[in-house]
Design a protein around this ligand. Structure first.
Ligand code: SF4
Length: 357
């Protein structure tokens, strides 16, 4: 039997083309986008402004089924972590983060596993299996929105995988998320992260999008970054910073630098001074993130005092910096931890708990 076409794999212009291929008027694309992404209905039968013949055709040839949730955890602070099983049984994770007021955020995966091998990361323990399709990326968000019955205001592509290594599917997913008839999330509220794929940063700069680029930095000297992030051997810091400055100049958007703080590894005064030095003159913002400890990785989170000192050193040198609020501490909060427990039998932290939802 011929496989059905997944409508979530189609950006707006592809949806219009698909309508034509199916012998339907192109304007039906907008109606489909509205039903799927704005009304968030779950079946063709609910699309009550479409003729029955079109509904029958769509049911026969296409689909937009939600992802299968096989496990979920809920933190005391409202953070919810979802483990999805894809059609080929690969496991991926997403996190839902509600904040006070109307702000809600999701962190989505872009690959099953990851090839980048960062030494502090639970996902790195799971080799890259494959890129996620556009449908699988968009569907994490759609499935979560339906599950939590809230509109998502901010999207972060910072879950399992290296987003820029899955460039075309990620950018197509971003266009659906941003489209006014799609999920209608402002481009400035969409963040794409990278561990530092320099060539792809230049490529992304050419798109002239207003999204936020987040660079996972984690060290301010090549010696140290080489040990934490193998990608640094291919793209050392001077090349990475040059690409980031180009991105900021091309888009007018400041680059967000993520710095996971690890006790006795990268939380020293020297690293803070070196970081201020490499960021000088760059349109940037630094996020200091306390490491989420993972039992299989022998690294500990930096102490509060060390993080405060690090922040003060950057501030003294006029580098914009904030300390990321810790969320989901009582669940498998680290990226890759929940799926790792399923696939690799990793142990759970002693104070974590999970809920079937
Ligand atoms: S930190 Fe990101 S890029 Fe590095 S191994 Fe983990 S998922 Fe991959």
């Amino acid at each position: 039997m011929k496989e059905k076409i997944n409508l979530l794999d189609k950006d707006f212009s592809q949806m219009r083309n698909l309508m034509k291929q199916l012998g339907l008027p192109a304007f039906r694309a907008q109606q489909l986008f509205n039903w799927i992404y704005s009304s968030k209905i779950s079946s063709f039968a609910s699309m009550d402004n479409l003729p029955q013949s079109m509904i029958a055709l769509l049911e026969e040839k296409t689909c937009f089924d939600p992802l299968k949730i096989i496990s979920a955890q809920r933190s005391k602070d409202g953070t919810r972590k979802f483990l999805f099983e894809l059609e080929d049984k690969k496991l991926i994770e997403s996190v839902y983060l509600p904040y006070k007021g109307v702000r809600t955020s999701v962190c989505l995966s872009t690959q099953a596993g990851c090839a980048m091998g960062c030494s502090f990361c639970a996902t790195a323990k799971q080799p890259l299996k494959r890129n996620l399709s556009c449908a699988e990326i968009v569907n994490q968000l759609l499935t979560i929105e339906k599950k939590v019955s809230r509109r998502i205001s901010n999207i972060v592509l910072m879950g399992m995988g290296e987003p820029l290594a899955n460039y075309s599917n990620v950018l197509k997913a971003v266009s659906i998320m941003n489209h006014k008839d799609g999920l209608d999330v402002a481009m400035r509220r969409i963040t794409v992260s990278t561990c530092g794929l320099v060539k792809k940063i230049y490529k992304l700069a050419e798109e002239k999008l207003q999204l936020t680029l987040a660079v996972s930095l984690n060290a301010a000297t090549d010696d140290l970054r080489d040990t934490l992030m193998p990608v640094n051997k291919k793209y050392p810091l001077n090349e990475l910073m040059k690409a980031c400055r180009h991105y900021a100049a091309s888009t007018g958007r400041r680059v967000s630098f993520e710095y996971v703080m690890i006790k006795g590894v990268n939380d020293s005064r020297d690293q803070a001074i070196a970081l201020a030095s490499i960021l000088k003159g760059t349109l940037s913002h630094v996020n200091l993130i306390r490491l989420n400890p993972v039992p299989s990785i022998k690294m500990q989170p930096a102490a509060t005092g060390a993080i405060d000192m690090f922040k003060a050193i950057l501030e003294m040198r006029t580098i914009p910096v904030s300390i990321r609020q810790e969320r989901g501490k009582d669940i498998d909060a680290a990226c890759g931890q929940l799926s790792g427990r399923k696939t690799l039998n990793l142990k759970r932290p002693p104070d974590s708990h999970s809920h079937k939802i």
